[in-house]
Design a protein around this ligand. Structure first.
Ligand code: TA6
Length: 300
């Protein structure tokens, strides 16, 4: 892992928009401040662990019990899931990008105060199972948090098939009081029912038990109404055909050693990517950018 302090990065640092710290577990962390918000990003997994608008509670959930260890995922924020989603025979769940250190390539502070941070996934041995590829990740912090995962097939002759997902954990006041809209009529695989295919019938999805739904062929915006925190969260996306909604509820929470037994009450995952039947196949030289824009507004 390298921290490439380009002239732009040094300028952003000098302007007070960027601070380099040792975060939890002594892992290198970048603290970003803008006129509207603050954010924290670890080089471990290029993981955004905090985004907070100045006048709101944090937008992202981070478990109090998360590990901050090389080779282990951070539980919360926005894990970068790549190049596969879910379990894979003999390999870890959710790919290797989230448990590897990414190189910091540049930090740019725009004249309006927005700050963009660009990471690149180094060429790890785990990538040898795939055709040559590059993965870059651009995090833009301003009134919103915009994430772009850019994957390019560097092979001269082989197709590169992969899954990607920005596995976002949102902080909510009380998960039983939220309503999730934007998925009515969409087919989904229900992991809690042996991946049985169903169709969403509600435009106000409520959480009252474990929920683990992979919605397929859906490109729309999802909103989370949170009456307890008095805000609406918006999840807009481009080049994403899958949305995953997950809350572990009581039993699963107790089984997760890096997650508090009651923390399910304060979080919901709404994840945007391309998984399962929506996996991506890039031709030689092809490139694909998964873009997710996370924003919020107070509920009138
Ligand atoms: O996002 C849905 C999911 O695939 C769930 O099934 C659950 O496994 C979750 O991801 C968390 O996975 P992790 O490997 O981070 O514990």
């Amino acid at each position: 892992m390298t921290i490439n302090k380009s002239a732009e990065t040094a300028q952003a640092e000098a302007l007070g928009h960027v601070t380099f710290l040792d975060g939890q577990g002594e892992l290198p962390m970048i603290e970003i401040s803008t006129p509207w918000s603050t954010a924290e990003i670890y080089l471990h997994g290029a993981q955004v662990t905090r985004f907070k608008k100045n006048e709101e509670p944090p937008l992202l959930f981070l478990s109090q019990c998360s590990r901050f260890l090389e080779g282990q995922p951070i539980r919360g924020g926005v894990p970068v899931i790549f190049p596969w989603f879910g379990p894979r025979e003999g390999l870890g769940q959710h790919g290797f990008a989230r448990i590897k250190d990414w190189d910091l390539k540049a930090i740019v502070a725009a004249p309006d105060g927005s700050v963009s941070v660009r990471f690149r996934l180094p060429d790890y041995s785990e990538a040898s199972a795939f055709p040559p590829f590059t993965a870059e990740y651009l995090v833009t912090v301003n009134q919103a948090l915009t994430l772009q995962l850019i994957t390019t097939n560097q092979s001269q002759d082989a197709e590169f098939t992969f899954e990607n997902c920005l596995h976002t954990y949102f902080d909510v006041g009380d998960v039983t009081a939220i309503a999730i809209s934007g998925l009515k009529g969409v087919s989904y695989l229900d992991k809690t029912a042996s991946y049985l295919e169903k169709t969403e019938t509600s435009n106000a999805i409520r959480i009252a038990s474990e929920v683990d739904h992979t919605y397929q062929n859906t490109t729309g915006t999802v909103e989370i109404l949170d009456p307890r925190l008095g805000r609406k969260i918006r999840v807009e996306k481009q080049n994403s055909a899958s949305t995953v909604v997950w809350n572990p509820w009581i039993a699963k929470s107790r089984q997760m050693s890096d997650f508090g037994d009651e923390e399910y009450e304060r979080m919901i995952c709404v994840e945007s990517g391309n998984v399962g039947c929506n996996s991506i196949s890039l031709p030689p030289g092809g490139s694909s950018t998964l873009m997710v824009k996370l924003s919020s507004e107070t509920m009138k």
